[in-house]
Design a binder for this molecule. Structure first.
Ligand SMILES: [Fe+2]
Length: 203
């Protein structure tokens, strides 16, 4: 956890101050898999704090990561429950992410859903292999590092996100080319955020 002497808890943190100075610098991380700095470590800690303050983590409630499949539901908080973060993200999506996705995959997609997931030893510890059937391009940010195990694993690519820094966006096609899972948590608490997209139909 963050040291309150070093990182005093703030009631509000400006979204612009939370953007990584290298945002936009996309790096390949594997087949059809990319990584880009997006949020600072400090901002990720702020997002976790705000999500915990919302007291909304509840497995099986509402619209979940697994949709109608109970086997792959997550324990999460909707990003829309954190309005300042959500509004900032939407700006980043429109101004940058949609353009990057268009450049890489030649598709027009728009924001669909976003939620913060939490894994603990007492609650949800893993997420079984799945595809994100409610998304076209999926994106995720690791929000903390105070845990062991719990790696995001791309099954066909045989890649894990263990070495991806906090605050970096990992993004990939949501379908059958990128079957993925969260491996069992071994200790600590794991927080991440998932962003989904949907087709944007233009005349
Ligand atoms: Fe997923």
């Amino acid at each position: 956890m963050r040291d309150p002497q070093i990182h005093p808890v703030r009631d509000a943190m400006n979204y612009r101050d939370g953007l990584d100075k290298d945002i936009g610098q996309v790096q390949p991380a594997g087949p059809e898999l990319f990584v880009m700095p997006m949020w600072t470590e400090d901002y990720c800690a702020y997002v976790v704090e705000q999500a915990e303050k919302a007291h909304a983590f509840a497995r099986g409630k509402g619209y979940q990561g697994g949709g109608e499949n109970p086997a792959i539901r997550t324990t999460d908080v909707k990003l829309s429950d954190l309005p300042d973060v959500f509004q900032g993200y939407q700006q980043t999506y429109t101004n940058l992410l949609a353009k990057i996705i268009k450049k890489i995959w030649l598709v027009n997609v728009e924001h669909n859903d976003a939620f913060i997931t939490r894994y603990t030893m007492q609650t949800q510890q893993r997420l079984l292999q799945h595809i994100d059937h409610s998304s076209i391009v999926s994106m995720t940010i690791k929000l903390n590092k105070d845990f062991t195990g719990g790696a995001l694993h791309f099954v066909r690519q045989k890649l894990v996100n263990t070495d991806v820094p906090i605050g970096h966006l990992t993004f990939f096609p949501s379908g059958c080319t990128h079957v993925h899972e969260v491996q069992p948590l071994l200790s600590g608490r794991r927080y991440a955020i998932t962003f989904w997209t949907k087709p944007k139909f233009t005349p």
